[in-house]
Design a protein around this ligand. Structure first.
Ligand code: SAM
Length: 259
């Protein structure tokens, strides 16, 4: 059974389908762990030319996406979800969370990805040009999410970033479910460094503990390296990390050396 259904309202469905169809997400779609339904807002333009934008009231640069095509696209997706759920226990459960990708939103992070991974359906709304008529945003959007403090040309890349991060948390998508649990941000620490064959590369060797086969020592090394790495790269994360006294000392000594 598909565990996560992504729906994307976009002017560029090919961008979404092509990117999600590759690599791990592509395999997850084939295996039925996730589904991606990219719907072209232009199909709901309601005019022959397929035009979905117009000049902003009050003047100013650029064009604004019109409310009605976005609204009709949303209603279409709601109909699809309801139809799929008919006869199930949910009986067409609505409303589904509608995420508007916008630089004005809350910044996306691993915690938010974990929250969304618990949903069955998510609808993403990708803006373009100067954005979307505010009235339809007020009507349908439940969440406002940004992927960082910079402005992109459209919401497709942010939607892809979010879908990628959420997909990895859907059961079955990663072969190795431990990997999502030990990765950076899953706790308050960054992940330890990784090595693969050969054992010696140029004048650098793999840390001997990784070849020891001693699981207790390995676990200690992973933990210590995570503390060191976090202190070096993202000391801000350590404020909320649960560290032993020794680990806190280690982190402080690294920070003092840096300063
Ligand atoms: N005029 C808008 C403003 O200043 O807030 C920016 C519009 S931007 C050029 C066009 C679209 O790209 C937005 O509607 C949004 O969907 C998307 N977008 C741009 N930057 C983004 C970001 N950092 N995070 C999420 N979406 C973004």
């Amino acid at each position: 059974m598909i565990k996560m259904n992504f729906h994307v309202m976009t002017l560029f469905p090919g961008l979404i389908d092509n990117a999600m169809g590759e690599s791990i997400t592509g395999r997850a779609i084939k295996a039925g762990h996730i589904s991606v339904n990219a719907v072209n807002i232009r199909d709901f333009a309601g005019n022959r030319s397929g035009s979905v934008d117009d000049y902003p009231y009050g003047g100013g640069a650029g064009m604004v996406m019109k409310a009605e095509p976005v609204y009709m696209c949303y209603k279409h997706i709601c109909g699809q979800i309801q139809e799929r759920n008919q006869g199930t226990a949910e009986g067409g459960k609505l409303p589904v969370r509608v995420v508007y990708l916008t630089p004005q939103g809350r910044t996306f992070c691993q915690k938010l990805a974990e929250e969304y991974a618990g949903e069955e359906d998510i609808i993403f709304l990708c803006g373009h040009y100067e954005g979307i008529d505010e009235r339809v945003i007020e009507e349908i959007v439940t969440d406002y999410v940004s992927i960082g403090d910079y402005v992109l040309t459209g919401g497709e890349l942010p939607a892809l970033v979010m879908m990628d991060a959420i997909s990895r948390l859907v059961p079955g998508v990663l072969n190795n479910c431990i990997s999502a649990q030990t990765e950076s941000f899953s706790g308050s620490l960054l992940e330890y460094p990784q090595y693969t064959r050969p054992e010696h590369w140029r004048d650098r060797s793999v840390p001997p503990v990784l070849l020891s086969g001693n699981h207790r020592k390995l676990a200690e090394w992973y933990r210590e390296q995570s503390v060191i790495r976090t202190a070096l790269m993202r000391p801000d994360l350590l404020e909320n990390a649960e560290l032993t006294q020794e680990e806190r000392k280690l982190a402080d000594s690294i920070n003092n050396k840096k300063n």
